[in-house]
Design a protein around this ligand. Structure first.
Ligand code: ADP
Ligand code: MG
Length: 341
């Protein structure tokens, strides 16, 4: 089973950044309001994601590390309508098979069952499990932790030298981590977030309160100041489809490829159809518009989109791709026609 997990890890775990992505997505799925991400040596030596989400009960800690044990699908039919970011139950066991992983959790007080409260009466409220080198579980043993969950991953690929060889320098690996964190931070301004590298604070982002200005403040901090000032808000709806977010004046001199973010149901995707629709919209109004910047969110019923295309989940497949394309193009065109960029 350990070997099966290592093989699965080959698909999901490429580098520290992919570990960070899986861990943050789990925290978001757990309904956290705050995320703390700590990284050492680009994440190769050690990384940790701590959240204040619902937590994992003691008797489910081992299950969280078992293959295909997801708490997020109750029926196979759910695969057709995935609302959470994770659903395969593969990430934690895969990561654990190629690192030294520790999972510490405490159930949020308002969600504690009677059994949990009895445990607590005994003086313990947080529990820790660790995965030993041979894949066996150690624990659960009592630990100190506020409500929520921490996952610590040390020595990534220590037991798979061939994979370890493909890791780049500390700086490059951290750049990838930072990218992943930025993408998720843009998608979830409602979640407070802190990222530290080698003890140094890289991002410290308060939670936005729902007003557009507070969301824009986060965009500015992540994309460079000026984004907010130079951008137009988009909010368009059609039957089953909603597009909202911001587009920025195209840059003529430099590429804004690093300022192009498109999310489908909260998940960042790269899609030729979408890119095409956006370019079309801009090209009709600004002839040199090659590189518009944008942070856009498309929301649609899960049944109209298939996210189950690849484990890394950067791709999607729309049921009605033509309709989605034209909706996006028209929504942007209409806004660009009225806005002053
Ligand atoms: P998936 O996210 O696809 O369900 P994972 O391997 O990533 O699979 O996680 C396995 C399970 O562990 C999740 O379904 C969830 O029940 C639990 N879990 C993992 N991380 C957290 C977290 N930060 N907070 C609460 N539960 C978690
Ligand atoms: Mg997951």
């Amino acid at each position: 089973d350990h070997l099966v997990n290592q093989i699965a890890a080959g698909e999901v775990v490429e580098r520290p950044a992919s570990v960070i992505k899986e861990l943050i997505e789990n925290s978001l799925d757990a309904g956290c309001a705050r995320l703390e991400i700590d990284v050492e040596q680009g994440g190769i030596k050690r990384l940790r994601v701590r959240d204040d989400g619902r937590g994992i009960p003691r008797d489910q800690l081992a299950l969280a590390l078992a293959r295909h044990a997801t708490s997020k699908l109750t029926e196979l039919a759910d695969l057709e309508a995935v609302g959470t970011l994770g659903f395969r139950g593969e990430a934690l066991p895969s990561i654990a098979s190629v690192s030294r992983l520790t999972l510490i959790s405490r159930v949020r007080p308002d969600l504690e069952s009677d059994a949990d409260t009895t445990e607590r009466a005994a003086g313990d409220s947080a529990w820790e499990v660790a995965v030993a080198i041979d894949g066996r579980l150690e624990g659960p043993r009592p630990a100190a932790h506020p409500p929520g969950t921490s996952v610590e991953v040390r020595d990534l690929f220590f037991n798979t030298p061939a994979r370890r060889k493909f890791l780049r320098t500390e700086k490059t690996e951290f750049d990838h981590v930072d990218q992943v964190v930025r993408r998720l931070a843009l998608a979830r301004p409602d979640v407070a977030l802190e990222l530290r590298h080698n003890g140094r604070v890289v991002h410290q982002l308060p939670a936005a309160d729902g007003r557009p200005e507070s969301v824009l403040a986060r965009l500015d901090r992540l994309l460079g100041s000026g984004f907010a000032e130079q951008s137009l808000e988009i909010d368009a709806s059609a039957v089953d489809l909603r597009l909202h977010g911001w587009v920025r004046r195209p840059a003529f001199s430099r590429s804004q490829a690093d300022q192009q973010f498109f999310y489908v149901n909260g998940r960042l995707i790269r899609d030729r159809l979408i890119t095409h629709a956006i370019r079309q919209a801009f090209s009709d109004f600004l002839h040199q518009a090659r590189h518009p910047g944008y942070v856009l969110f498309l929301d649609l019923p899960p049944r109209l989109v298939d996210v189950n295309v690849h484990p890394a989940k950067h791709e999607v497949r729309f049921r009605e791709s033509r309709q989605v394309h034209d909706f996006i193009q028209r929504a942007l065109q209409r806004r660009l026609a009225h806005g002053v960029l």
